[in-house]
Ligand binder design. Structure first.
Ligand SMILES: [Zn+2]
Length: 886
């Protein structure tokens, strides 16, 4: 699954963590020896024959399923997962066909999401078929079988899709809905004959039923987990290409296939790479990517085997409104979901404890492949932003280990967080660098081969890598995955002797909210280098200390290449040497040094002004992404001054003046043949300068917006979103009304969704209030409401949280049921008001189970830290400004 990217695109551009901080109560670092189950182990399914007749208009479906199963211990009952299903009959027959059928009485447990079938007699061990007749509901949010309504030039249409990860297959099929109960599936659907039905496998047979309906039978799937099953139905187009024996396809709503051309072309290139990398060919006959209008608060795309589901905003591209960042997101998301076709779909974690095996790996693979296939985007530098997002979450007391024990459906849902994704990705990057690319890939190939169609735990992967690398890695991997937190490497004073620099490294822990914490212990692989010298030295810091001799003399960079998951704190003299050699560092090390000095400065471990010194002296020719990092931090500092408009204005003026020459160099108009990284920097600088209330930028965006109808060059497609965002952020009432009228009139779902988000992005509180009221009406459409409130919350968190709490029932109807416990705390996550801590505690106490407080507790930790930073660090920034501004 790829997490929701709705506001992430903007935030990632701004160089800040995409997701608000998220948290868990400290879970015990348990590697599950035996897979957890919430179902009795006495029965196990092998095959499902499913027949579904959806009634899209009435939002319900009728269905039958025949499950072939093995009774492993004599029992008089069978329990499986079911949610919101009504059973009409349940009959069990011996699979041999010999023996009398037995009818069961059904009891449903809504809290446990189970159905139990009781039989008059004990069932002996053996193989049976359980036939169930039932009905279910079609929802409006992306959970289970759901509908999405969208506008077309010919009026509104409705399409159906499914979303089952982590625990929602049970809303369409009564099933053993846990990842380790793998089985085969044969799906047939009775649907309007004019519509297209899509599932994991190709259509095997379509029969016209003569009444306008058709019976569509899909080929049987390989053995797989329930959460990977998929079905979609609608007025669709499908475009295909064949590569290496596999048919790759894109499915869109009618008329949209041309906008999916880049996704289709990317799928071909990615499939070729993965067939090679994994050493096992893609095993299904086809691989579709199904684009759907709308959005979810929870995810952007889902890796259903053979039928990836992706929201349009990360699949379709249109030169009239898509940005360079959109294009990169389409590739990244497709590369992520396609990596899951192997890592997740072919080989699946036993239980949600090891979810990171799926997500950390797919995230690492998406980054790796983007660097490889699109070097012109220079995305290698993103590794630092990924690491920062993980560390923001991992350096407060509410963090949790990468491998964590999950006991409830709610906890499984909450496991899709920055630790699972970004820390997982960062740890893999470090370990791959440690053992080397070839050893890592060979280990992965051996793992795929041994566990195809099966389930694994993390140690199964470490065993294969260790064998392939021929050196110990499991102990290091355990340090970083079974215990929480961020190591900090202290670099002592260096000496230079005989052409080599000798330095002492000491391992500490980077904690933002427990300054006196006794550090945990890690074995940390470290790479060091002298600025401007190509030769690297490696060491494994174990037992808390290491001495390392680095070839050459001069300023030393620790964590050269930035693949290590740790913060680096230099002795003052060593930092000063590095700062004066900043331009000699590789761009990725410039990113790393900026990132560490900022994080350590805010935590009080290094002067808060060190980052500003670097930002002040960065030359114009600095890499666009390094400028992006600086711009992102400027926005954060500007936000910290919100309680004091005079100081905020002073800082805003300094930051805008610092960025103005960069903006002047980049310009508002794209030059033919400019690097693609320049297009991203342009969008980001305009975004940042708008956030800094820079009058020139706001004025230029307004001028272009006003001229949009008379001058086609005023708002080029690639800059449309960026310009509109500035106009909306600083909108007055008349502009807001104009945007609102445009939203109502718009027929393209992607553009319409964006317009509704813009209405919620205003600095003006009265207009933000109007946006929230509008969000709770039927006008924006079922999947825009929650996104609008979340958009308001980025600028006015207290207002958005209070509003959502006072309209909780209405808000709950508009949020996926799986993400409610995360949605409300996230609205408050950007607050700096001490009163919010009490409000969040009250919300959690009244609405969340004890084991589901993770996001609430993390939001509280974030707010507490923000209050502390503002009180303790801003005076140093003020003092620096007094000396350095102007
Ligand atoms: Zn994923």
């Amino acid at each position: 699954m790829h997490r929701s990217l709705i506001s992430a695109a903007v935030l990632a551009l701004a160089g800040v963590s995409a997701a608000p901080l998220m948290a868990a109560p400290a879970a015990a670092p348990v590697a599950a020896a035996k897979a957890t189950t919430q179902l009795p182990r006495s029965v196990s399914p092998t095959h499902y024959e499913v027949s579904i007749t959806p009634d899209a208009k009435a939002s319900r479906f009728a269905a039958k399923v025949t499950i072939t199963l093995n009774v492993l211990e004599a029992t008089d009952s069978i329990t499986l997962n079911a949610a919101d299903l009504k059973f009409a009959s349940a009959v069990l027959t011996p699979a041999s066909g010999k023996g009398a059928p037995a009818s069961a009485t059904v009891s449903v447990n809504a809290d446990e999401q189970t159905a139990t079938f009781r039989f008059p007699q004990q069932l002996a061990k053996g193989s049976y078929k359980l036939a169930l007749d039932y009905t279910g509901v079609i929802g409006q949010q992306a959970v289970g079988l759901f509908s999405l309504d969208y506008d077309t030039p010919n009026g509104k249409k409705r399409a159906l899709y499914t979303q089952f990860e982590s625990s929602d297959a049970r809303r369409m099929i009564p099933s053993w809905d846990e990842p380790n109960y793998k089985a085969t599936f044969a799906l047939e659907v009775t649907v309007p004959g004019s519509e297209m039905a899509v599932s994991n496998m190709p259509v095997a047979k379509k029969t016209d039923l003569g009444d306008g309906r058709a019976l569509v039978k899909f080929a049987q799937t390989p053995k797989m987990s329930t959460y990977l099953l998929f079905f979609a139905l609608g007025d669709f187009d499908r475009a295909t290409a064949t590569t290496e024996g596999t048919e790759v396809g894109v499915v869109t709503t009618r008329g949209g296939a041309a906008k999916a051309a880049f996704a289709l072309e990317s799928a071909k290139a990615v499939l070729h790479e993965y067939n090679d990398y994994f050493g096992v060919r893609y095993p299904l006959p086809k691989l579709d990517n199904v684009a759907a209008p709308g959005r979810s608060q929870f995810f952007g795309a889902m890796e259903n085997w053979g039928a990836i589901f992706t929201f349009e905003y990360v699949l379709l591209l249109d030169p009239a409104y898509s940005t360079q960042a959109d294009k990169q997101a389409v590739f990244l998301v497709a590369a992520h979901e396609m990596a899951h076709q192997w890592f997740g779909d072919l080989v699946t974690m036993q239980w949600w404890d090891d979810l990171w095996l799926n997500e950390g790996f797919a995230s690492w693979m998406e980054s790796r492949l983007t660097v490889r296939l699109h070097p012109e985007w220079n995305t290698a530098l993103n590794a630092v932003n990924v690491r920062d997002a993980a560390m923001a979450r991992d350096s407060v007391a509410t963090t949790h280990p990468v491998v964590q024990h999950v006991t409830t459906v709610e906890q499984a849902s909450q496991a899709f967080d920055d630790i699972t994704y970004q820390k997982g990705e960062s740890v893999i990057r470090m370990l791959e660098r440690y053992v080397g690319e070839d050893a890592w890939r060979n280990g992965v190939r051996a793992y795929m081969k041994s566990h195809a169609y099966g389930n694994t735990v993390s140690d199964d992967l470490w065993a294969k890598i260790e064998k392939s690398a021929g050196k110990p890695i499991t102990a290091i991997a355990h340090d970083f995955t079974l215990q929480p937190g961020v190591p900090m490497i202290r670099v002592g004073e260096t000496t230079c002797k005989n052409g080599a620099t000798v330095l002492t490294l000491t391992q500490d822990e980077f904690s933002r909210d427990q300054p006196n914490k006794k550090p945990l212990s890690w074995r940390v692989p470290v790479i060091a280098q002298i600025a401007g010298n190509g030769k690297q030295a490696r060491a494994l810091v174990a037992g808390g200390k290491a001495t390392i001799s680095v070839p050459g003399c001069g300023a030393v960079v620790v964590n050269a290449g930035q693949s290590g998951y740790f913060r680096t704190l230099y002795a003052p003299k060593e930092f000063a040497a590095l700062a004066s050699n900043f331009t000699r560092l590789a761009p990725i090390d410039q990113m790393g040094v900026l990132s560490d000095s900022w994080a350590l400065g805010m935590a009080g471990l290094q002067p808060a002004s060190d980052f500003l010194d670097l930002a002040k002296s960065a030359p114009l020719a600095t890499d666009p992404q390094v400028w992006g990092k600086i711009a992102g931090v400027f926005e954060t500092i500007h936000g910290h001054f919100e309680a004091n408009p005079a100081r905020q204005k002073q800082f805003g003026a300094f930051a805008a003046a610092r960025l103005a020459p960069v903006m002047a160099q980049v310009g508002w108009t794209a030059r033919a043949g400019e690097p693609e990284t320049t297009a991203n920097l342009r969008a980001q600088l305009i975004h940042t300068l708008s956030g800094l209330d820079d009058a020139a930028t706001i004025g230029e965006a307004r001028r272009r917006y006003a001229a949009r109808n008379s001058d086609p060059a005023a708002v080029p497609g690639a800059l449309r979103k960026t310009i509109m965002a500035v106009v909306a952020q600083h909108a007055d009432g008349a502009t807001w009304d104009e945007l609102h009228a445009a939203a109502i009139a718009e027929k393209t779902p992607l553009v319409k969704d964006q317009l509704y988000s813009l209405l919620a992005s205003t600095e003006d509180k009265a207009l933000a209030q109007r946006a929230m009221e509008l969000a709770l009406t039927d006008e924006p459409g079922a999947t825009n409401s929650a996104a609008m409130l979340a958009e308001v919350a980025t600028r006015h968190p207290d207002m958005a949280f209070d509003f959502a709490i006072s309209h909780m029932a209405k808000v709950n109807e508009r949020v996926d049921s799986t993400s409610r416990s995360r949605y409300f705390p996230r609205l408050a996550a950007n607050s700096a008001d001490p009163a919010m801590i009490g409000k969040l505690n009250a919300y959690a106490g009244a609405n969340l189970a004890a084991g589901s407080r993770r996001d609430a507790d993390t939001a509280i930790a974030g707010i507490t830290y923000r209050i502390k930073v503002r009180a303790e660090r801003l005076p140093a920034i003020d003092a620096w400004l007094a000396k350095n501004a102007n």
